[in-house]
Design a protein around this ligand. Structure first.
Ligand code: 1Q0
Length: 215
């Protein structure tokens, strides 16, 4: 993945990754999940260094999952479902408090999973927004409804300040690199339900195994 975060962002690529994420029996492939996030990090990096602390955290979580995929147990990490089973069966998850497995696949993916809800809410706002709506407001509202509930004050404050540096809606649409605004809206119309489906499947799995509050 060396350097891939610096390449040009393309919304269609992100969409393709999330499309490939779901197996025929609705399991979530970790490889494509991570590829989707890599694409999003490219976008974040194109917005400038104010977002560096967010991008750095996302990259480190992506890397933890890639390392699992490339490890000798890699096949156990093929899907989120197989990862959960493998880590729980082998007691590789710190369930109540951080202990011997502070960077399990389950807790790492949970952080990205929570961020995926933010993304879903943000993209839905972007999709239905009007020309002069503010991206910083859409982003803040989506954040407050999702990720903020899991972040301490200091992170919420830093995130809130970064949102002020977001470019306006026209620049956002340009960076998405898929054509005129109508085209962006059309692609967002496909992306949001896809992201939502991946989110819901993961949410149900984590709920079933009581993993939604992993430290
Ligand atoms: C476009 C604006 C981007 C705004 C991103 C909003 C999310 C704010 C998140 C703030 C995270 C602060 C960094 C540290 C957080 C960690 O403490 C936290 C918990 O981890 P841990 O190990 O301490 O328990 N980490 C997280 O919650 C994970 C956060 C990952 C955020 C990944 C965001 C990647 C954003 C990509 C840009 C998407 C642009 C979408 C629009 C493009 C159109 C498709």
């Amino acid at each position: 993945m060396a350097g891939s975060e610096n390449q040009k962002f393309c919304l269609q690529e992100v969409l393709d990754s999330f499309q490939l994420c779901l197996s025929p029996n609705k399991e979530v492939y970790v490889e494509h999940y991570v590829a989707g996030w890599r694409g999003l990090v490219k976008f974040l990096n194109s917005l400038g260094s104010v977002f560096g602390f967010i991008s750095k955290d996302a990259v480190s979580k992506i890397q933890i999952l890639v390392n699992f995929l490339n490890s000798e147990n890699g096949s156990q990490y093929a899907t989120v479902q197989s990862m959960v089973k493998f880590e729980l069966d082998n007691k590789l998850v710190d369930v109540d408090k951080k202990g011997i497995c502070p960077e399990s696949g389950c807790r790492t993916l949970l952080r990205l999973h929570r961020a995926l809800r933010w993304l879903e809410l943000f993209l839905e706002r972007l999709r239905t927004s009007k020309e002069d709506d503010k991206t910083s407001v859409m982003c803040r509202e989506a954040y407050n409804e999702s990720l903020a509930q899991h972040h301490p004050w200091v992170v919420r404050t830093a995130a809130g300040m970064a949102f002020f540096a977001l470019p306006g809606r026209p620049t956002f649409f340009e960076v998405m690199d898929v054509g005129p605004p109508e085209q962006v809206v059309a692609i967002l119309g496909k992306a949001v339900p896809l992201i939502s489906e991946v989110y819901l499947i993961t949410e149900e799995l984590y709920l079933k195994h009581n993993l939604l509050d992993l430290p």
